[in-house]
Design a protein around this ligand. Structure first.
Ligand code: HSE
Length: 294
């Protein structure tokens, strides 16, 4: 059997929706497993020369976790040996959910192989296993469900994004920030006024994204819980964010950074930040992970 999982990049937080909001972007990794090929692990694309090939990568760990969860009580338990090949398009350690995408791909592939999932898979199980393994439910949710997602108390609510919403990911090429370092930079307590600010702005983000209101989005994306601490780790990114805001562009830090997520209006493109930045104009992806017979 040969199966391919296609799974999207995601941008978590969306400014004030820290640890709750996520958006699926139309930039997909593809992972293929082939139970008839000689077992081996190989990668191409982003991070191909640095990802492990000994089974400790996130896709393989997610496959193992899923087998343990679903396969243990089945006759023969588990799945046959397989070759795994990943085509990676999501930049690594840049705040675009590459690690959640890998976890979601692994869970979706394993459950398809075990045969526990119907044609559409079992999204709730895929989300639960991937989020627990990878640790960031706000990335796992849009990777599984597509669109705009809100995670609250472990449950996911998915919303459609208005077609006028056009995300632009601005990826600083030479800068990486591991998520755990970006989390260590955060304060452990926040002033009540800042929490109130974020509650109000988070509600406005949902209104702006579902209603296609770019003017509102410019105001709504403001955050007081995490962005300042993250930007202080990467001064060149902070400078670009300041320039974009001064130019009236709706923009936030993508996930834990250092990528910035901006939004453009037809006829008003987001300006290129200059040398050393990759600009990815990515539609919102309405669908999450898909597994197809290769
Ligand atoms: N909400 C998480 C964070 C996302 O900002 O740390 C990590 O990708």
């Amino acid at each position: 059997m040969k199966l391919t999982a296609r799974v999207p990049a995601t941008s978590a937080n969306l400014g004030p929706g820290f640890d709750c909001f996520g958006l699926a972007l139309d930039l997909c990794n593809e992972v293929t497993i082939d139970t008839e090929a000689e077992p081996r692990i190989s990668w191409e694309g982003e991070g191909a020369d640095e990802l492990p090939t000994d089974g400790t990568d996130m896709v393989s760990r997610a496959i193992a976790a899923t087998v343990e969860r679903l396969g243990a009580d089945r006759p023969g338990g588990g799945i046959p040996p397989f070759a795994l090949h990943g085509v990676n398009r999501i930049p690594l350690a840049r705040g675009l959910g590459s690690s959640s995408a890998a976890a979601v791909a692994g869970v979706a592939l394993a459950s398809a192989l075990i045969g526990s999932a119907g044609p559409g898979g079992d999204p709730a199980m895929t989300f639960a296993v991937a989020a627990e393994l990878e640790g960031h439910p706000d990335n796992a949710a849009p990777a599984v469900y597509g669109g705009l997602t809100v995670v609250a108390e472990g449950s996911v609510r998915r919303l459609d994004v208005h077609p006028a919403i056009r995300p632009v990911a601005l990826v600083p090429e030479g800068i990486r920030v591991p998520t755990d370092a970006a989390r260590r930079a955060l304060p452990t307590t926040v002033p009540l006024a800042d929490a109130v600010f974020n509650v109000a702005h988070a509600a406005l983000v949902v209104t702006a994204l579902t209603g296609g209101d770019l003017e509102l989005l410019r105001v709504a994306l403001r955050d007081r819980l995490h962005e300042e601490a993250r930007l202080s780790l990467v001064p060149p990114v902070r400078a670009v964010m300041g320039d974009l805001r001064a130019a009236g562009v709706p923009v936030c830090v993508s996930g834990s950074g250092p990528t910035l997520l901006a939004f453009e209006q037809e006829g008003v493109p987001v300006p290129h930040p200059g040398a050393g930045w990759r600009v990815l104009r990515l539609a919102v992806r309405p669908r999450g992970v898909e597994v197809v017979s290769a």
